[in-house]
Design a protein around this ligand. Structure first.
Ligand code: KE4
Length: 452
C-alpha cells in the first residue's frame, strides 16, 4: 500500500518524510533549469557551502524552509522587510491594489503619493524617478550624472556594490588611482575604462584621483555605510572630503542608499552625516529595498535642476515598463506609513544595538575576536578584533571560521547572511525572545570557535 499522505495542510511544508531533505530535492531540480539553482548568486550558499534553504512561507521575523524548519530571519530579503514579513496593513494594501489592476503602463495617483512621501524625508531630493531595481536606479543615476556634467569618468570604491550595470562591475586597477578592470566576464575593458576604483576611507587616494582627473569626473558614487562589505562606515573626515572635492571640481556626489535608505534612519545615512557635517547633502541619491517593502521598486532622485534633465523633459533617456508598478507602490507606501510612526527607529535601533552588544559579550566570554556595529535596523559583525575600515581589512576574516559561525547558527534556527561581506537586518517584528534565542545560539557557536 502506498504511503498514507498526511492531511493536505501538512503537505504544504513537505515535512522531512522518510529523511528526504526537500531543500536538497528542490536544489537539484532548480539547478537543472536555473543557473546555480538561484536567481541571484548570493542565495546559492557558495561562499559558506551546504544546501540553500528553499523558503515555503514567512511571517513576522520568521520563515519556514521546504522541510517545515523555522528560522529567525536576519536577511529580511537583504533589507526590504523592515516591518517583518506579512505586516497586516501592508498585506491589506497589496490585496486591495491587486483587485484594482496589476499594471497599466500609465501614470497613477499612488506613484505621486509614494514620491511625495519619500521626498518628505530626504531634503537633498526635490524630485525622483521610480524604477524596478537598485541596479536600474544606480545605472540611471550614473547616466544622469554624466549627462548633467558632460563628463565620462566616475569614481567608486572597492567593496561597494551598486548593482550589476556594466560600468560598475569593476575592481581596483593595479596602482593608485588607476582605472579599473572588469570583475565580470562579458564586460568589455572599454566599458570600464572611465571607472576609477579607490580604497574606501583612503583620503590620499581620493585627493590624488581628483588632482589627476578632477575636471573629468562626472560623479563619485558611494555607499555611505557600506553594507556590501558587511558594515563599514565612511569616516566623517573622509565623507567631508568627498563632498568638498566633488563641489570643488564640479562632480556630483551620488549616495547609493539602496540598503541604508529608510533602514539606518528615516532620513537614511545622509541624515546621520548631516548631523556630523553641518549642511551636508549628496547631489543624487539612489534608493531601493525598503521603499518597495519587498516588491520590485527602487528610485533615484535629487535637485529639480538635475532631475529635469531626465527624459521626457531633458536629454537623458531612461524608461521602464513596470516602473512605478501599482502593486509595488501600494506595498512601498504601506511600508513607509508604518516606519514614519513616532518611535519606530528609536525602538528598532535599540533592539539592534542590544543584539550586537550581546553577541560581542558572548564572543568575548569565549575569547573569540569579534567586532560589531549597527545603525538603525542594519548591523554588521566581523570575526576580527577591530572594525575594518576598508575591503582589504574585511577580507582578513578567516572564511572557514565565518562558515562555522554561519552553519552553527543556521543549525540552531538562526539565519544570517550566507557571506561574510554582507550586512544583517533586524525588523520591527523581531521579538525579545527572538533576540534571546539568537544570543543563546551564538553562545554555543562561539564555544566551538574558541581559539586553540
Ligand atoms: P538590486 O538590483 O539587487 O535591487 O540592487 C542592487 C544594489 C544596489 N546598491 C546597493 C547598496 C545594494 O546593496 C544593492 C543590492 N544588494 C544585494 C545585497 N548585498 C542584494 C542581494 C542580491 O544581490 O541578491
Amino acid at each position: 500500500m502506498g504511503q498514507i499522505h498526511p492531511p493536505i495542510q501538512a503537505c504544504n511544508f513537505h515535512h522531512m518524510t522518510h529523511n528526504i531533505d526537500h531543500n536538497n530535492t528542490f536544489f537539484e531540480r532548480a539547478r537543472l533549469v536555473i543557473p546555480g539553482g538561484v536567481n541571484s548568486p548570493v542565495r546559492a550558499f557558495r561562499a559558506v557551502g551546504g544546501t540553500p534553504r528553499f523558503i515555503q512561507r514567512a511571517q513576522g521575523a520568521h520563515f519556514w524552509d521546504a522541510n517545515g524548519r523555522k528560522y529567525i530571519d536576519y536577511i529580511g530579503s537583504w533589507g526590504p522587510m523592515i516591518l517583518g514579513h506579512g505586516h497586516p496593513d501592508v498585506v491589506e494594501a497589496v490585496q486591495k491594489a491587486v483587485t484594482q489592476g496589476f499594471s497599466f503602463g500609465a501614470p497613477t495617483e499612488r506613484e505621486i503619493e509614494l514620491a511625495e512621501e519619500i521626498l518628505k524625508h530626504l531634503p537633498s531630493m526635490e524630485m525622483l524617478r521610480l524604477v524596478s531595481s537598485g541596479t536600474e536606479a544606480g545605472m540611471s543615476a550614473i547616466r544622469l550624472a554624466r549627462g548633467a556634467t558632460g563628463r565620462s569618468k566616475i569614481i567608486k570604491f572597492e567593496g561597494c556594490y551598486h548593482g550589476h550595470a556594466d560600468a560598475l562591475l569593476v575592481k581596483a586597477g593595479s596602482g593608485l588611482a588607476t582605472f579599473g578592470n572588469p570583475t565580470s566576464a562579458g564586460v568589455p575593458p572599454e566599458v570600464v575604462q572611465h571607472t576609477l576604483v579607490l580604497e574606501y576611507n583612503n583620503l590620499e587616494q581620493l585627493e590624488e584621483a581628483f588632482n589627476l582627473y578632477g575636471k573629468e569626473i562626472a560623479c563619485l558614487m558611494m555607499e555611505p555605510i557600506a553594507g556590501n562589505m558587511n558594515f563599514v562606515r565612511a569616516s566623517v573626515p573622509f565623507m567631508q572630503r568627498c563632498r568638498e572635492l566633488c563641489t570643488q571640481h564640479g562632480a556630483l556626489l551620488v549616495f547609493d542608499e539602496v540598503m541604508t535608505g529608510f533602514r539606518v534612519a528615516l532620513g537614511g545615512a545622509q541624515e546621520i552625516y548631516a548631523k556630523a557635517i553641518p549642511g551636508f547633502r549628496p547631489d543624487l541619491t539612489v534608493l531601493g529595498k525598503v521603499i518597495g517593502g519587498g516588491m520590485p521598486l527602487a528610485a533615484f532622485g535629487g535637485p529639480r535642476a538635475i532631475m529635469e534633465l531626465m527624459s521626457p523633459v531633458g536629454p537623458v533617456y531612461q524608461a521602464g515598463t513596470l516602473s512605478g508598478n501599482p502593486i509595488a507602490t501600494a506595498c512601498g507606501l504601506a511600508t513607509l506609513r508604518e516606519i514614519v510612526k513616532p518611535g519606530f527607529f528609536e525602538e528598532l535601533s535599540a533592539k539592534t544595538r542590544k543584539l550586537m552588544d550581546s553577541l560581542k559579550k558572548a564572543a568575548a566570554n569565549e575569547g573569540v575576536a569579534f567586532s560589531v556595529d549597527s545603525e538603525g535596523g542594519m548591523f554588521g559583525f566581523f570575526l576580527l578584533p577591530r572594525l575594518p575600515q576598508n575591503y582589504g581589512q574585511v577580507l582578513k576574516t578567516e572564511g572557514a571560521k565565518f562558515n562555522q559561525l554561519f552553519h552553527g547558527l543556521l543549525d540552531r534556527g538562526v539565519y544570517i547572511a550566507p557571506a561574510l561581506y554582507e550586512a544583517g537586518f533586524v525588523s520591527a517584528a523581531h521579538s525579545e525572545e527572538d533576540i534571546e534565542v539568537t544570543i543563546a545560539a551564538a553562545q554555543h557557536v562561539f564555544k566551538s570557535l574558541r581559539p586553540a
